[in-house]
Design a protein around this ligand. Structure first.
Ligand code: COI
Length: 367
């Protein structure tokens, strides 16, 4: 499926309805929230079996034209990524470990039988979009331009087999905090009736179907005053996996940092992997292993677990104040945010916003 080829040449077709400077500045000065406001342009790169990747362009952001028989609409052949562009104090624009996201997109593509975009083309697609829409990278504290690369199967064919045509897009959204209350601790609902992944399924791939499967339990979470769902392993229903859109960490009173080991059904978060490194750098004892749900409940009840947090590109590092499920609740939503949670969040943000040296070479300049 891979076509070794020269780097793609982009056609840049400026939008004829791009918003002016004053309108853009006014929008960026408002409450950004997450995923509601979009920039003026997007990237599109087409793929088919005969030509491989071709027709790369930056064009006006706008509705897609799809054949109603397009495979994505019927069999869910879709994958996506999430990555941010950060404005540094000198005005330059950077992104964080894009090769890791590009490699993960390739793994997701392999699992969903979609074509693999070369990692260098993935990084170039971000650069191309930011070159045109750089004015949309916000400069408010802790804000960023959330980039959403995604790929859909576009072949018009109703037989169930890998599509022979696909399109890769990148759209961009100026973003503040993912959760409405910003950095405030969130309550998490333990899903006991539903799983998001299966043994041998697509849990480790970033595909829309995984998120669709999490929406009904998410509704259950809202109904119980929680903002996210915790999923257990799909085999024994005993070990914690992830929150559907975020990975989970537990901090022990004795200083250990523990997170579920990658099991084949957990998404390998770039933030997860970066926090593990930052914790090791601090000399913390880090454990990636199976964590039974009882260990969380008992540990928080006894005080052995002193902090719990969620992490992801969108959520960064978000404290988890409370875990609830059918007939139980542990933790205190009003307790102060833990020191380790705050320190790791601060260090990661300091690297991403260029406030401290990037000792791991994680940052890539986009402009
Ligand atoms: C991200 O953190 O980028 C995610 O993909 C999580 C969610 C917004 C889907």
């Amino acid at each position: 499926m891979n076509h070794a080829a020269a780097p793609l040449a982009y056609q840049v077709i400026p939008s004829d309805h791009a918003r002016g400077d004053a309108q853009r500045e006014a929008l960026l000065a408002g409450e950004l929230g997450f995923g509601r406001l979009f920039t003026d342009h997007m990237v599109a790169i087409h793929w088919d079996q005969a030509r491989g990747w071709h027709d790369a362009r930056v064009c006006a952001y706008g509705p897609l034209t799809l054949d109603p028989a397009a495979a994505v609409l019927h069999y869910g052949q879709e994958i996506f990524e999430g990555i941010k562009a950060y404005r540094h104090a000198d005005g330059s624009i950077w992104t964080f470990r894009p090769e890791a996201n590009g490699a993960r997109l390739q793994r997701s593509a392999a699992r969903l039988a979609l074509p693999q975009l070369p990692v260098a083309e993935f990084v170039e697609s971000l650069r191309q979009l930011v070159a045109v829409d750089h004015g949309w990278v916000p400069s408010q504290p802790e804000s960023s331009l959330y980039l959403r690369p995604f790929m859909i199967a576009t072949e018009a064919f109703l037989g169930v087999r890998p599509a022979q045509a696909a399109v890769y897009y990148v759209i961009a959204s100026p973003a503040g905090a993912y959760f409405a209350k910003g950095m405030a601790p969130v309550a998490i609902w333990l899903s006991q009736d539903y799983a998001r992944a299966a043994r041998g399924g697509t849990g480790a791939a970033k595909c829309g179907g995984n998120y669709a499967a999490s929406l009904l339990p998410q509704q259950e979470a809202y109904a119980n005053g929680c903002s996210q769902v915790l999923f257990l392993d799909p085999v024994e229903g005993r070990y914690i996996e992830e929150l559907g859109g975020m990975n989970v960490f537990l901090v022990y009173r004795d200083g250990r940092l523990v997170t579920p080991a990658l099991s084949g059904s957990i998404l390998e978060g770039v933030t997860r992997c970066s926090l593990l490194q930052l914790a090791r750098d601090r000399g913390m004892q880090v454990e990636e292993r199976k964590v039974a749900i009882d260990e969380w409940i008992d540990g928080v009840s006894s005080g052995e677990i002193s902090e719990v947090f969620a992490c992801g590109t969108a959520a960064v590092v978000t404290p988890i104040g409370q875990l609830k499920g059918k007939g139980f609740s542990v933790g205190d939503l009003d307790a102060p945010i833990g020191e380790v949670t705050l320190a790791l969040r601060r260090e990661l943000a300091d690297i991403q916003y260029g406030r401290v040296p990037d000792r791991h070479g994680w940052m890539v300049r986009l402009r």
